[in-house]
Design a protein around this ligand. Structure first.
Ligand SMILES: NC(=O)c1ccc[n+]([C@@H]2O[C@H](COP(=O)([O-])OP(=O)(O)OC[C@H]3O[C@@H](n4cnc5c(N)ncnc54)[C@H](OP(=O)(O)O)[C@@H]3O)[C@@H](O)[C@H]2O)c1
Length: 268
């Protein structure tokens, strides 16, 4: 499908790995100019070079921690300096945080609020004036199905995902008259480094009945048990949805949280 975004400029956060990298690849293949960010400069630089080699896309790597107060402004400034502005923002940086209310202190809540919510608010606030001037913009916020169906094993992530879904809906109504569409993608279990690092150890803890299984077998088993389609999702599947929402083929979907979870309401 021609996404009709050739020549547009996108900022993708958390773009050095997993879902963010797959989204950046989809945009690069559609002729979008990219500002990519993550904290780890080496991996971000390697991913950016890989995308240039694969697609010939123009890619600027801006290593930044999105929780820094000025990060949103700095990313929009980088896009404006190199490409003259920004048309598309994908707020994807983040990770899961295991545990329920009694397992997490204020510091854990504060850290996750900064990563998940405040970084998103700041980048959107910095990009919208530029999109308004252009009369066109697309914002996609990464969320979780836990924002709709909370699971106490991941309480902080899921409370914040609900906030992201509400932010998405409210902001969509605020900026729709200016040609800016805002949507969220609520991820189910997507097999990435994040999942393997954060979730797999937790699954092992909570499922002693599966202790004998190796990682691959365990992932296959958990995917089959919890996901109606019978498996984990892939980063590429999330990139396909995101690219459509962020494209010029989407003109009438805004304020929605799209569940991309293979029908699942929980991961484990
Ligand atoms: N995978 C799933 O099953 C799943 C389910 C629900 C929701 N999600 C959400 O979907 C998004 C992508 O997940 P993923 O599985 O693709 O994660 P991933 O494989 O761990 O990749 C995360 C990316 O974000 C970057 N990042 C993390 N913290 C950052 C920060 N403070 N500032 C800037 N960049 C940062 C990482 O690079 P650096 O570490 O170098 O910064 C990396 O590029 C996340 O927001 C995650 O919470 C994922």
């Amino acid at each position: 499908m021609d996404l009709k975004i050739n020549g547009k400029v996108a900022i993708v956060t958390g773009a050095s790995a997993g879902v963010g990298e797959a989204i950046a690849r989809e945009f690069a293949a559609a002729g979008v100019k990219l500002v990519l960010t993550a904290r780890g400069a080496d991996r971000l630089s390697a991913t950016s070079q890989k995308l240039r080699n694969e697609t010939g896309a123009e890619v600027v790597a801006v290593p930044i921690d999105v929780t820094e107060a000025e990060a949103g402004e700095q990313l929009v400034e980088a896009a404006s300096k190199r490409f003259g502005g920004v048309d598309i923002v994908v707020n994807n940086a983040g990770r899961a945080h295991p545990g329920g209310l009694m397992e997490n202190d204020d510091a854990a809540w504060k850290e996750m609020e900064d990563i998940k919510l405040h970084a998103m608010i700041r980048l959107n606030r910095a990009a919208i004036p530029v999109m308004r001037e252009r009369g066109w913009g697309r914002i996609v916020n990464m969320s979780s199905v836990g924002g709709i169906y909370p699971n106490p094993k991941l309480l902080i992530s899921h409370v914040l995902s609900a906030a992201i879904n509400n932010l998405t809906r409210g902001l969509a109504l605020e900026v729709a008259p200016q040609g800016i569409l805002v949507n969220a993608v609520a991820l189910g279990a997507i097999r990435t480094e994040n999942w393997e690092e954060n979730m797999l150890p937790k699954v092992r803890q909570t499922r002693p009945d599966l202790a004998d299984l190796g990682d691959e077998e365990l992932i296959a088993r958990v995917g089959a048990e919890y996901t109606p389609v019978g498996r984990f999702g892939t980063s590429e599947e999330i990139a396909d949805i995101t690219a459509f929402l962020a494209s010029n083929r989407n003109g009438f979907v805004t304020g929605c949280t799209i569940e991309a979870s293979g029908g699942a309401e929980r991961f484990f």
